[in-house]
Design a protein around this ligand. Sequence first.
Ligand code: PLP
Length: 388
Amino acid sequence: MIPGPVAVRADVLAASAQPLRNHRGPFAKKLYERLDEQLKEIFQTRQRVLLLGSSGTGGLEAAVVNLFSPGDKLLALPMGAFGDRLVAIARAYGADVEVLDTEWGDCCEPQRLRERLAQDRQGSIKGVLLTHNETSTGAANDLEALARARGDHPGLLVVDSVSAVGASELKMDEWGLDAVVTASQKALAAPPGAAMVALSERAWQAAESAAMPRFYFDLRAARSSAEKGQTPWTPPLSILLALERAADNYLGEGRPSAFARHERYASAVRDACVALGLLLFAKPRAYSPTVTAVCVPQGADAKALLARLRERYRVVFGGGQLRLDGKIFRIGNMGALEESDIVRAVDALESALRELGIGGAAPGAAREAATRALAERAAGRGRAQAAV
Ligand code: PLP
């Protein structure tokens, strides 16, 4: 239960074990076409969703180098380690990045973005860098509100949705997003190795004149190959086969059900942690549907706790990153998880804490809180459906 790479269903793993085929033959052409169709629905776009042989970071790099030129002024709104990484990528390619900081654990204020862009009357800000869901802090943005805050400013909206696509609503075309990036190993529940990037019409126009250096990640090459049913370079074919299967499973479940499932699991994890007397790192208004960041209790050793969970209970949570190392641990709820996995994990957390002499929750408190949250959310879903 780390926040990616996630647990993957057996049928998805089996799909990746198919015999390898010619990546430029008719079988592969059909695979790319099918993936494009599936991903268009998942991204809610009419634009082609390009497949890259890389992790999510490669997708972010592709978005930056294809849209901008060295010296371009960009406005970044980081709220954790991945937002900082996007800033670092842009700076590595010579962008002049202004940072509107948000306290880690919180989400970005659309009003601050609106006000900053309103000051930029000449339109000198060429792009806005946003993180949909900050996996390092367990905080999610209201992406629709941020997109609206851009208004008619010409800056291109670049969205890192690596840990959100599939788990929360994203309407690329309707919200006017210019570049959306995700990766295979998160909520879409496939193995790692493929990044997905879609660009708006405006972003494609910018790609013609962008002057940052690019070769492997030149999205113009990816697009012209895709038009012929190919990829410019050898793609991670086995991963794409797995992704096709995972996307089939995902669309079979349906986007609204998948969003509700992530919300339900995340709320069960949060309620269980609170029942154990643990503090959540993210602010309530920013709670993420895919990852819960939990503060390590005073005097406790995060590494010892995670090791105990792993070794005795076979439950794996993520640690804190960068300045949060040792201060938080992270419970991911994306991927092939059942409700029983959530309950078992929080039960294990309760036991491990007790064994390490931390906290004094009543036995069974975590299980009870999680089970209640799962049932309440399921009942809520039933009511919503009945209303429809
Ligand atoms: N952005 C976010 C929000 C992420 O969660 C991650 C990975 O966890 C990345 C970017 C980087 O993706 P990758 O590790 O696939 O390169």
